[in-house]
Design a binder for this molecule. Structure first.
Ligand code: SF4
Length: 328
């Protein structure tokens, strides 16, 4: 047992200030990832600031026509919200593809975005891992890396980001709202929230010390059909080998706009604008979908056990685009 202290935050600003004031402090909300990491000794916070009971659990309409989702909205509640189901089905589908019903009942919106990788070596303190211990090496590079990244990785780390929800939010151009210890608030596009590993894989987000996510804002629902498809080793309670969130607007036999974001293949939710541009103006069909899939995976690099992901991602993209446009 590694001792730590605990406090329950009274409001967002004092929570942020408490984490900033205590060396080794961290936030805890649902705890669905953090507690596992603490039990394994991977995370060793000296102080926990509990934000789970802050009044950040509502989903509100925004004046712009979107939704503002409090950071403490549980994943299950977000997936069940009728506005989400009707207008952001890609988000509801992604949420329901994640974890288990029990975990979704507990996991928070903010915590889901900040979950750590599921790289096996990260969870094994006997193995070198630059993310857990900077400068120690990366056991996955020469090891068993079936679940690892083929895009956006570095020579220091090839871990993937594990969230399904974040992939849908990336496709929806969501942004997070944050509170800093001094009370300053700012908005960060989800696109800019997670860092690529480079040579500092232990730095995973652009949040500053003590800065807390208070909400996620969705812009008005984009036109077109939304779909989330997750390919995994078993039908539930498994992380994505490849996932695809897509939103395709194709009235009158031409693609007016398309969005594609990938999960399970990169260190962050991975939007592929090159593939989106390939589709724009094209007639939906096998040739256009194949071109988009090729563009999406251009530059992908396998590391041995995960080479299969490149072709799996191409096929999944083609299939999801076909389903989104009713092409058999
Ligand atoms: Fe650690 Fe990243 Fe290498 Fe996994 S892939 S062992 S998380 S450095």
């Amino acid at each position: 047992m590694i001792p730590f202290t605990y406090e329950r935050a009274a409001d967002a600003r004092s929570a942020a200030a408490a984490v900033a004031a205590h060396p080794g402090a961290t936030f805890i909300a649902g705890g669905t990832n953090l507690l596992d990491l603490m039990k394994l000794g991977i995370e060793r916070p000296a102080h926990l600031v509990d934000v789970s009971r802050l009044p950040l659990a509502s989903i509100d309409d925004t004046p712009a026509g979107g939704l503002r989702i409090g950071a403490q909205v549980r994943n299950a509640d977000l997936a069940a919200d009728m506005r989400v189901r009707r207008h952001y089905p890609v988000l509801a589908q992604a949420l329901l593809a994640g974890a288990s019903a029990q975990l979704r009942n507990k996991a928070s919106t903010g915590g889901n975005l900040l979950q750590r990788t599921r790289c096996y070596y990260f969870y094994d303190p006997s193995m070198p891992c630059n993310k857990r211990q900077p400068g120690s090496g990366c056991a996955a590079l020469g090891g068993f890396n079936r679940i690892h990244a083929v895009l956006g990785a570095s020579e220091s780390c090839i871990a993937t980001h594990s969230s399904d929800m974040a992939v849908a939010m990336r496709a929806l151009d969501a942004s997070v709202e944050t509170m800093a210890p001094d009370g300053t608030e700012r908005a960060i596009p989800v696109a800019d929230l997670h860092r690529l590993p480079g040579d500092t894989p232990h730095l995973e987000t652009t949040l500053r010390r003590g800065e807390m996510i208070t909400a996620v804002v969705l812009p008005p629902p984009p036109p077109g059909r939304q779909l989330y498809r997750k390919v995994r080793d078993r039908a539930s309670y498994a992380f994505a080998l490849v996932s695809v969130a897509t939103i395709v607007d194709a009235p009158g036999g031409r693609v007016r706009s398309a969005r594609i974001a990938l999960g399970g293949v990169a260190p962050k939710p991975w939007r592929v604008p090159k593939a989106e541009r390939v589709l724009a103006g094209e007639a939906p069909g096998a040739a256009a979908f194949a071109g988009a899939a090729e563009a999406a995976m251009s530059g992908a690099r396998g590391h041995g056990s995960n080479d299969f992901k490149i072709e799996l991602a191409r096929r999944t993209i083609r299939r999801v685009l076909a389903d989104a446009t009713d092409i058999a």
